[in-house]
Design a protein around this ligand. Structure first.
Ligand SMILES: [Fe+2]
Length: 274
């Protein structure tokens, strides 16, 4: 399709779009943005100056806005603070993970990055034999707040865990994608530990191959909007005292609290802090 704006493709996936998002988009511009978002999984905009309401308007183009989950992230937010985060998909251990996440860099001092790996692209890269092995396979997903060192094969099922298919059918596009991730997939099907770990490793080799990762280096004014189902994200440890203020708006059907009222991250986070 033709697009009513200029854009360029990002390697190995994504699109950089040249649009001023501080004004409402025309129907054609909105349709173009949506098409690039669902095709590539991530769209990047530079030199924006967006209010919270501006950003909500943009995110609502790709999914239902989750008002209560909008807010600000910084190294002093008291939750994640400066911790490094392994690859994850937000809310993967709930029935309805977020559909889309956007971060708008308001006060960042580089270098600081976010890394993305594509489960959509990874699934397409799997050999037919590997696709056959994971067809219909379920996995136990456990909340570790993106810390893979906390994952255990024999993790107990509980309010912070869920059994779901390794291959997800995208809620909007219907495309199959690899939805296992290194920080939450504790075990695969009923495989014993050795077989489960071996198959996980095989899938992660494809998922986290250098040519399946895009690393975004942040500059003030950037808006990055990504599909939280088809992409996973990670970040290195932040430098204490270095500003990294992000305005965050997400799309999804239900908040964490709506889905699991008893969900309490406190023990997970405090345990992860040493
Ligand atoms: Fe996240």
């Amino acid at each position: 399709m033709g697009y009513p704006f200029s854009y360029s493709l990002i390697e190995p996936f994504g699109a950089r779009i040249d649009l001023d998002l501080s004004r409402p988009l025309s129907p054609d511009e909105a349709a173009g943005l949506r098409a690039l978002f669902f095709t590539h999984g991530i769209v990047v905009f530079h030199a924006q100056r967006l209010s919270m309401d501006d950003q909500k308007r943009v995110v609502s183009l790709v999914g239902p806005l989750l008002e209560p989950s909008a807010g600000y992230l910084s190294p002093e937010d008291g939750i994640l603070n400066t911790r490094h985060l392994d690859f994850h998909s937000d809310l993967s251990s709930t029935p309805l993970p977020f559909d889309a996440i956007s971060l708008h860099a308001q006060d960042v001092e580089g270098p600081t990055t976010t890394r993305f790996a594509s489960g959509l692209r990874a699934y397409r890269c799997l050999s037919p034999a590997l696709k056959a092995r994971i067809e219909g396979l379920q996995m136990l997903v456990v909340q570790t707040v993106a810390d893979k060192t906390k994952l255990r094969y024999d993790a107990p099922a509980g309010p912070l865990s869920l059994v779901r298919p390794v291959v997800m059918t995208h809620r909007v596009t219907g495309e199959p994608l690899l939805y296992c991730n290194e920080s939450a997939t504790a075990r695969l099907g009923s495989l014993d530990q050795e077989a489960s770990d071996a198959l996980r490793a095989e899938l992660f080799t494809v998922l986290y191959a250098p040519d399946n990762i895009y690393e975004h280096a942040w500059t003030n004014g950037d808006l990055v909007l990504w599909d939280n189902l088809s992409l996973q994200h990670a970040r290195p440890e932040l430098e204490p005292g270095r500003p990294r203020l992000m305005q965050r708006v997400v799309a999804g059907l239900k908040t964490l609290r709506e889905q699991v009222p008893s969900y309490d991250l406190t023990p997970v986070v405090s345990e992860a802090s040493y």
